[in-house]
Design a protein around this ligand. Structure first.
Ligand code: ADP
Length: 280
């Protein structure tokens, strides 16, 4: 099957910046599309930290609009894999194509890539000396060169989306962990990214705050955003994921639809892992 050539989209990002408003509209249209073209394609990826082999021959395809949940024991390479997807880590061999761009350490398009792929981390990584609104507007103003007025308008829209419009003027330290994580999600949305990666977004939160963040993620999934989520929140996974991935020892051991994954996983190791986490 031939893959659509999306290079012009990236070229556009460099040469003739589309207006921010047009990007917002395009992204909203795209999110509404029921597209099935690959947006992330990893083939035979290997990644080493010194002598340590962290990713082993990883093959994975993510399609536009897909909701993929990656789970597996600690140290299995989940975080490393999704960090490769937005250029925070580099693979040593194999091929990684994101939205038609071949990604490698020296790729010229890496800045464009980072504008397309947002990431929400376990620690929220907000600027402590900036208000919520400033945290949300600094990226679009600096990177996308949009006006403060427009950045603020968009930021307020996304603060509504994550249900904390009243927190705009506060500093991160004045917010709960759940609220800070929702700001972090809104920050990524403000960049109008096409793909959102989540690296254990609820694991640093107190239990009573986990649901408010997962609820926002469920709502985001309903907009059609392409999402790759590393999490052990299996309730969320059952509700949202169309594809489950299990990793162990740097390898992808299982990729299956949730119905099969939760009832009849093909590997014994995955079955054991699920038994352990679903027990609690
Ligand atoms: P997971 O997200 O599944 O817990 P990670 O991708 O964080 O796993 O880590 C995979 C393995 O790579 C672990 O053994 C971890 O210690 C190692 N690792 C991760 N980052 C680094 C690094 N920057 N330097 C050296 N080893 C690392």
């Amino acid at each position: 099957m031939s893959r659509p050539n999306l290079l012009p989209f990236f070229g556009l990002a460099f040469r003739t910046p589309t207006t921010y408003a047009a990007r917002v509209e395009n992204n909203q249209k795209r999110q509404g599309m029921n597209a099935t073209s690959p947006i992330i394609e990893a083939t035979n990826l290997d990644k080493f930290y010194g002598d340590f082999h962290a990713l082993k021959d990883v093959d994975l395809t993510v399609y536009q609009g897909q909701k993929m949940v990656i789970c597996g024991p600690s140290g299995s390479g989940k975080s490393t894999l999704i960090r490769c997807f937005n250029g925070l880590e580099w693979h040593n061999s194999g091929k990684l194509v994101i939205d038609g761009i071949e990604v490698h350490e020296h790729a010229k398009e890496i800045r464009a890539l980072r504008q397309e792929v947002g990431m929400v981390f376990q620690q929220f990584n907000l600027f402590p000396h900036l208000t919520v609104l400033e945290n949300l507007t600094i990226g679009p103003m600096k990177v996308r060169k949009i006006s403060q007025k427009q950045a603020q308008e968009t930021a307020r829209q996304y603060l509504e989306r994550v249900h904390i419009p009243e927190q705009a003027e506060k500093y991160p330290a004045q917010l709960s962990g759940g609220q800070q994580q929702r700001v972090a999600i809104a920050r990524s949305l403000c960049m109008e990214t096409r793909i959102m990666l989540f690296d254990e977004p609820t694991s640093a939160l107190d239990p009573e705050m986990i649901n408010e963040v997962l609820d926002v993620m469920v709502e985001l999934a309903d907009t059609g955003m392409t999402m790759v989520v590393v999490t052990h929140e299996m309730g969320f996974a059952r509700k949202v994921a169309d594809t489950m991935v299990f990793m162990e020892g740097g390898r992808i051991v299982e990729v299956s639809p949730p119905e099969q994954f939760f009832t009849n996983p093909s590997s014994e190791r995955c079955r054991l892992f699920l038994d352990q986490i679903l027990e609690h």
